[in-house]
Ligand binder design. Structure first.
Ligand SMILES: [Zn+2]
Length: 83
């Protein structure tokens, strides 16, 4: 089932849970391997391949995987500071 905005994905192994904020053609799974940094509540992940975005709502040990690759941790947008 492809990623659909608003759908929750949960890992049965590490108990992490994320909500898809932007849909894509891929399917999010969990790496099931302890990641560094681990999935933390409030972190956003993005798939470079299908542009899916997910927000972590429950902490877990693994990291989200989509389109056969670990998802990229989105950094909060920084406001440009004028010199
Ligand atoms: Zn993807």
């Amino acid at each position: 089932m492809p990623n659909q905005a608003g759908r929750r994905v949960r890992c049965r192994t590490c108990n992490s849970e994320a909500i898809i904020t932007k849909g894509g053609t891929g399917e999010i799974t969990c790496s099931d391997v302890a990641a560094d940094p681990p999935m933390l509540v409030g972190k956003r992940y993005r798939c470079e391949a299908c542009a899916t975005e997910a927000l972590v709502i429950r902490v877990g040990l693994g990291e989200p995987v989509c389109c056969d690759a670990p998802m990229t941790l989105s950094k909060p947008k920084e406001t440009k500071s004028a010199d």
